[in-house]
Design a protein around this ligand. Sequence first.
Ligand SMILES: [Zn+2]
Length: 373
Amino acid sequence: MNTKETLADLVKIDSVSSRSNSEIVDYLERRCQALGFSTQRFAYHDELGVEKINLVGFAGADLSNIELALVGHTDTVPYDPNWSEALNLTERDGKLYGRGSCDTKGFIAAALSAVASIDLKTLTRPLALIFTADEEIGLRGAKHLAQLKPFRVRYSIVGEPTSLQPIRAGKGYSLAEVIVKGREAHSAYPALGASAVFRAARLINHLERIAAQLKSEQHDAFDPPFTTLNVGVIHGGSAKNVLAGECRFTLEWRPIPTQPSEHVLHLLNAAINEEQRADPDFICEVDASRADSGFETPVDSRLIKLLERATGRESGTVAFGTEGAQMRLLGSEPVVIGPGDIREAHRTGEFVPVQELEACTGTLQQAVRELCG
Ligand SMILES: [Zn+2]
């Protein structure tokens, strides 16, 4: 079976994150076993009780110490039901269109083709294929695996659309909801209450200063080379003539990997304390829901050198979160690479260039041969 045919099979299986990924895992398990891999499932239930599965295929003797893992997530973002190609891979002008074609089923298809061309019995060090769940909704499958730590991994290649540039570092991702309380009152008599909107505005002013302050800690490998933060959504108040009783906003930040994710949280808490000193009635809750760390693999890592040589491209960094951090927790030096462009992912008309798909297969073959052969 060639890479395109495998990709067509994978795209045909609807694996939007909200659904169980058991159908695509069944398919991948059959394919892995046919290639001679032993397989193991690491399942869990999401908060709606839907079963989600991480599937691992192993080749080699010592399954607790994996030399190289090829990692792809099985879930996709939702698609527009009017997009007729979403589940029906379509080739046009050297491009393959379909949901997940570049994020990240293209990489999975390339990984299966790469290992199919290798006699697993000739490998001297253990190889694993790791297919995760729920990447698109907070890297949950990879986090589940990182928590279980069922094995250690030395090198990992995490599939994400990078147009085949090896990515050796990624920023983290953190998210909090900030809830500022006030006291409702008729707006004609402001002294009878306290506006949560005015209070939130003061706090957001602090955050803008914190954003500027964060620029002083630089990591030159990134663009932009510092931790960024964003207040993306704000809701507050009930009517134009009522002092707002509550105002909530989201605070999102993307820490450079050299900075702990809690750093921004500490700065936020210091700002809240300052507000409380000025206004003892200032009440505010912070609900921190995400603290995904970034990752960084040294420039002189064997895997980076190998992938730079194989692709002819210098390694780089990305400003978005990936499963690289979880693979780091499993002990590995991760590199993120895959066919297709991240700017084409997550939209109607997502595609992967055929040529990159084929080139990825060759690159992964080379990596398996050199590291596990
Ligand atoms: Zn992805």
